[in-house]
Ligand binder design. Structure first.
Ligand SMILES: NC(=O)c1ccc[n+]([C@@H]2O[C@H](COP(=O)([O-])OP(=O)(O)OC[C@H]3O[C@@H](n4cnc5c(N)ncnc54)[C@H](OP(=O)(O)O)[C@@H]3O)[C@@H](O)[C@H]2O)c1
Length: 297
């Protein structure tokens, strides 16, 4: 069962499951509001009653308007309902109906200073969290709701996700490349760009595996800055990457604080016997090859 099926990740989960011939039920927000406890119970019950074991629910639904959640109290309340309360509802329904839950979380649960200060090693799943934004705190609390309600859970933190649906960094950089001679992009925040298709395949593998329950990290391999990511998009366009100039976070203030260090260690993922995701740069090339529209083509 997939929730949030029309989002960037949800779209690719549906593609991966369809391509592999898996029998599954997919719910967009219009089909199922995951913050509605009665609707969640009814949907999970109906799915579970009609499904042979093993049952795995992949939750790709979330409130992801990070800056809006920081500035608008109504948005903050919505973020709490979708990112904190709803994962608890899904986990409790999974517990009642014998399903495992793969719940997706975020690098924003960390304070962004890095386990040993940037540039350093990636965060491990057990490193102390300490979200600094409203969105991050709602996701951090949502993780705990899942752990409290269901033993058979996987909380998977990812970061810097882009897909071919909705607005995303790759498409935005490609559009700006056509409009401007030069571009200033933040060069002091580090993370790992993650293609939603790679992440979706990895989550489906996890759902099929016998990996022990717990928290894992899954992002594209390697790391860069937003500036490095933007330069790679320019390379893919055949444009001069030096048209992208590095700037600091201070020069680009946003309502919600961004983590300076978002690199998540894949060690626990690999130790669980799971295949690491592709290197972020190779994945970007594969993504724009499969979806030329990402580059405006
Ligand atoms: N994007 C990133 O860079 C990033 C980074 C780290 C972690 N993540 C995590 O990755 C997961 C997938 O994110 P994404 O990038 O695919 O985000 P997305 O494109 O914004 O997709 C989220 C989906 O959830 C849906 N949704 C919102 N509220 C809902 C509700 N009450 N009930 C059911 N569905 C609801 C949204 O529908 P509407 O569009 O109609 O609101 C949207 O289709 C999330 O858990 C997110 O926190 C994302």
């Amino acid at each position: 069962m997939v929730t949030g099926a029309a989002g960037a990740l949800g779209t690719d989960l549906v593609r991966v499951l369809t391509a592999s011939g898996e029998r599954f039920s997919a719910f967009t927000r219009a089909d199922l509001d995951i913050a509605d406890g009665a609707a969640v119970e009814a949907a999970v019950k109906e799915w579970a009653d009609g499904t042979d074991e093993p049952r795995v629910l992949l939750n790709a639904a979330a409130f992801t308007a990070v800056d809006l959640a920081e500035t608008d109290p109504d948005a903050a309340r919505a973020a709490y309902a979708v990112n904190t309360e709803a994962p608890g509802l899904l986990a409790a329904a999974c517990a009642r109906h014998g399903a495992r839950l793969v719940h997706v979380s975020t690098d924003y649960v960390f304070d962004g200073r890095g386990p040993d200060g940037p540039p350093g090693t990636g965060y491990e799943p057990d490193d102390p969290t300490g979200a600094r934004s409203v969105y991050g705190r709602t996701k951090e609390a949502g993780e705990q709701r899942v752990r409290d309600a269901l033993d058979a859970h996987h909380v998977v933190r990812t970061a810097w996700v882009y897909g071919d649906t909705g607005s995303n960094f790759v498409a935005t950089m490609a559009r700006l490349a056509a409009q401007r001679d030069t571009l200033d992009v933040v060069d002091d925040q580090y993370g790992s760009p993650t293609w939603s298709a790679d992440l979706a395949a990895a989550l489906v593998d996890l759902g099929r595996s016998d990996a022990p329950a717990g928290t894992l990290h899954a992002t594209g391999g390697g790391a860069t800055t937003w500036c490095g990511f933007a330069r790679a998009v320019f390379e893919e366009l055949g444009a001069d990457p030096q048209r992208v100039r590095g700037c600091t976070t201070d020069q680009f203030p946003r309502p919600a604080p961004r983590p300076a260090w978002s690199v998540l260690s894949p060690a626990a993922w690999s130790a669980a016997g799971l295949e690491p995701l592709h290197d972020w740069r190779e994945a970007l090339h594969a993504a724009v090859t499969r979806h030329p529209a990402l580059l405006g083509r």
